[in-house]
Design a protein around this ligand. Structure first.
Ligand SMILES: C[S@@+](CC[C@H](N)C(=O)[O-])C[C@H]1O[C@@H](n2cnc3c(N)ncnc32)[C@H](O)[C@@H]1O
Length: 283
């Protein structure tokens, strides 16, 4: 049997990770790309999303929503690429990608000598990813360790067993993840991250902006990413994260997009509070 025949096909929440890869593959083709992800196309193709794209909905509002989600994925990817580079420049050598999905940063970014990067996700997406990486003969540019575990279970134990050292600083990334976890699971995740974070640790989070579930999720197609969204950012993300021991700075998509030379030219249709993109430091 070939890899392709054996490969488990995306389903449920992890199918969203392949959709994200498709967006990164499209960005990679742009002349003025904000990042290049050479593996993204192979992930999308293996999941049946390349070269054919899912048809854009007829309904104009639904089209706009789909394009808005794709745009936000591009901006958040660049935001977190920069955050990781800053963490490395500050001397952090442990990276943990929570809900790593098809994130290929281990392969596409430059890492300082001695960097250990842990990818935490459930077994199915990590197996799918491994088969594509093997097919592409991809070589990681740092020490890459996969940790197959459900984040609702005792993932800190699994991470420790995989070699994570909580006494040394870590940079944690939860990209496109928290929106899929109920509020109590988000709180528990943050508490557990804090307990594994030495002084000098960093964190990059993406949070669903206020009202996004109502605007995008209410009439989302069954099985689509938006149909699985359950959590939005709290009223005051800085205070919330301070309560978890982090000094956070919050950004809007609009502000970051302008900073990256991709301004959003339409006026805000609703209140846009800072907090969708978060960078945090543990003092
Ligand atoms: C939208 S994808 C984002 C993937 C990746 N962070 C990125 O931005 O490319 C969400 C990911 O979170 C993972 N995820 C969601 N719930 C999870 C859970 N309870 N345990 C582990 N992973 C989970 C999914 O498997 C999926 O890979």
């Amino acid at each position: 049997m070939t890899d392709e025949q054996e490969r488990v096909q995306p389903s449920g929440v992890w199918a969203t990770a392949v959709g994200v890869a498709r967006v990164r593959a499209l960005e990679t083709e742009r002349e003025n790309a904000l990042f290049r992800d050479p593996l993204a196309q192979a992930f999308a193709a293996a999941g049946g999303l390349w070269p054919a794209s899912p048809p854009l909905p007829d309904d104009e509002a639904a089209r706009r929503r789909r394009l808005a989600v794709s745009f936000s994925i591009v901006i958040r990817t660049k935001f977190l690429d920069d955050l990781l580079q800053q963490a490395c420049a500050a001397g952090v050598r442990q990276v943990v990608l929570l809900g790593a999905g098809m994130d290929s940063r281990a392969f596409r970014m430059d890492w300082p000598e001695g960097t250990r990067l842990f990818e935490v996700d459930t077994a199915a997406p990590l197996d799918f990813k491994a088969s594509v990486l093997q097919q592409e003969r991809a070589v990681a540019r740092c020490e890459r360790i996969t940790v197959p575990v459900d984040l609702r279970e005792d993932w800190p134990a699994a991470l420790a067993a995989a070699g994570h050292d909580p006494s040394a600083p870590t940079v944690w990334i939860a990209e496109g993840l928290l929106i899929y976890l109920p509020q109590d699971a988000v709180e528990l995740l943050l508490a557990r991250i804090g307990a594994q974070s030495a002084t000098g640790s960093r964190m990059g989070l993406t949070l669903g902006s206020r009202g996004v579930i109502e605007r995008f999720g209410a009439d989302a197609a069954p099985g689509s990413a938006a149909s699985m969204w359950v959590s939005e950012m709290p009223d005051d993300p800085v205070a919330w994260l301070a309560g978890h021991g982090w000094e956070a700075s919050c950004h809007t998509l609009r502000e970051r997009a302008a900073a990256y030379g991709r301004p959003i030219n339409t006026p805000p249709q609703h209140e846009e509070r800072p907090g969708g993109l978060i960078a945090a430091i543990r003092r």
